[in-house]
Design a binder for this molecule. Structure first.
Ligand code: ASP
Length: 311
């Protein structure tokens, strides 16, 4: 019987265990569990991997704990610029948006780009124009205001520094969100969404909306969603690199994912992790940081919701 599976992440990072209270840990785990189950229910009822990854990412975008959608970090101008992408492994169709503001669920806008246009990637004002034509009304910035994120920004505002939401600063945690899934037909899909980096400027775009860098899906190989220092993930073309190792070196999903995160990304100087699934329902969730918010659920009954490396 075809196995189905879903894996999600809420960002990789150096999570200082001592600063994590059990209440906070429970809040993260329950948000992850909710997103995981929403996606899993779609798969269980015979729905598509594409629908499963979209619904899981939407749920994480709606949760202020994660750096995407509602919890997106502040830019140098005090705004929120969000990036997202989605890819269907069955036909290699993809959609992505970047530098968008006021959109509640950037992943759904990315899906609209894939399904309603002949393009793959829309950015900035043009993407916002497209959103309006699709019937989206940008939300008031107060929807995206979060005191903790605001404080993160105040600490580096006015400087030339920008900061990954999950860098090794004392309070650092959360991050980009993503989901990968394999459905009952053996089709796979990936989706990723982020607010990027605190205090980012000049229209900085990370790996998350870039097909092949932070997100990729191909039924023949794997579906991947990344999190980490985006500049390195772009240079390493990380998500596609996992796919290439499977396609050209006949590696298993787990070997390919581990080689990319623990050797290739590290040797470039990058830190982060990824989640991956293949069309047989195998999953891999490697990271080279101290932790990564992550969860997976398999049709075989195996389910885990984890934050640190060893728990
Ligand atoms: N990869 C994202 C970026 O560079 C950040 C993250 O994973 O949180 O925009």
């Amino acid at each position: 019987m075809q196995k189905y599976a879903i894996a999600i992440h809420g960002g990789a990072g150096t999570l200082v265990k001592g600063l994590m209270t059990s209440e906070k840990e429970m809040a993260y785990k329950s948000a992850l569990t909710e997103a995981l189950n929403l996606g899993y229910e779609i798969l269980k009822s015979g729905g598509s991997a594409l629908d499963a990854v979209e619904i899981a990412v939407k749920s994480l975008e709606d949760c202020p704990l994660f750096n995407a959608g509602r919890g997106a970090v502040f830019t140098a101008e005090g705004t929120h610029e969000m990036d997202a992408s989605i890819m269907d492994g069955q036909n290699l169709k993809a959609g992505a948006v970047s530098l968008i503001t006021g959109i509640k669920n950037p992943v759904s806008l990315a899906r609209a780009v894939m399904e309603q246009t002949e393009h793959v990637f829309l950015a900035g004002e043009g993407a916002m124009q497209f959103a309006k034509e699709q019937g989206y009304t940008p939300l008031d910035p107060t929807y995206f205001h979060d005191d903790f994120r605001y404080q993160q920004w105040q600490e580096i505002k006015g400087s030339d520094h920008f900061q990954l939401d999950h860098s090794d600063k004392k309070d650092s945690k959360f991050g980009t969100v993503g989901a990968v899934a394999c459905d009952q037909n053996g089709n796979i899909a990936a989706a990723t969404s982020t607010g990027g980096m605190t205090n980012k400027k000049w229209g900085r775009v990370g790996d998350s909306p870039m097909i092949g860098a932070g997100n990729y899906a191909n039924n023949k190989t794997c579906a991947v969603s990344c999190t980490g220092s985006g500049e390195y993930f772009i240079r390493g073309v990380v998500a596609y690199d996992v796919s290439c190792l499977i396609e050209h070196k006949a590696m298993s999903l787990s070997d390919a994912a581990n080689e990319v995160i623990h050797q290739r990304v590290l040797s470039l100087g990058g830190d982060g992790g990824l989640i991956a699934v293949d069309s047989e329902g195998n999953v891999a969730l490697p990271f080279n940081t101290e932790g990564m918010y992550r969860a997976y659920k398999l049709s075989t009954g195996v389910e885990e919701v984890l934050i640190y490396g060893k728990e």
